[in-house]
Design a protein around this ligand. Sequence first.
Ligand code: ARG
Length: 268
Amino acid sequence: MKVYKILSIVFALMLIVSACGTSKTTSGGGEASKDKKTLKVVTNAEYAPFEYMDKGDIKGFDLDFIKVVAKEAGYQINVVNTGWDPLFVEIKGKTADFGISAITINDERKQTYDFSTPYFLSTNEILVPEGSPIKSAADLKGKKVAVQNGTTGQEAVEAILGKNSPDLKKFESTNLAIMELKGGGVDAVVADNTVVEEYVKNNPNEKVVLIKDDAAFEKEFYGLMFPKGSKLKADFDKAIKTVLENGEYAKIYQQWFKAAPDVSLLNE
Ligand code: ARG
């Protein structure tokens, strides 16, 4: 009797162990990804609503977007929050497979990196305290302005203040630039429109307002950024086009921006 009891316990344990083994499923990729390695994707998760940390998880429009794109392309991905400057170092050094971080496609970056087809339209915008005399980009001249280091916002402000202007204050993240504005250290912040709009929306008591200047700030497009010559670009371009066309992009866009996207604007 005792022996049977022990045997049945052992058998039950074996069942549990084997069940655990088979229930281990992988997430993110589709069937086709079985033979492909998990891709390392880098981001700077301090840029809501595109990428930000939420109780230890990276969330945002970019995250939801890249999940469906990677699945469509048949790849597993692991998104790592490296910060902005290290993101460029990792992609250039090929220690990461690509970056997604509201990254603007531009000619300067194209010399060092390859970009996917565009997935989002953006432009720079100015954040100022209520009652500020700054009403246009030209008004930034002679004022102290904070930007995130190495962004298109920095370039846009340099074009107005001059390249080595002492009035231009560069920060490691856009959030730190906004903190500087709150603390009164600068008169304005320049960053991507969707990000500063999100900030104003989420902080109604802060008495900050937005200044648009479409004549001064160019239209920009976000893309995935790959090491130069990456073989992944073709697969991801194809997948992006598919999710733009099949409505998956529109679904995610609707969730984050409560509006339908005009995907025809993405044709550069
Ligand atoms: N679009 C701008 C650029 O590419 C700013 C992007 C900053 N992204 C971020 N996750 N902090 O320069």
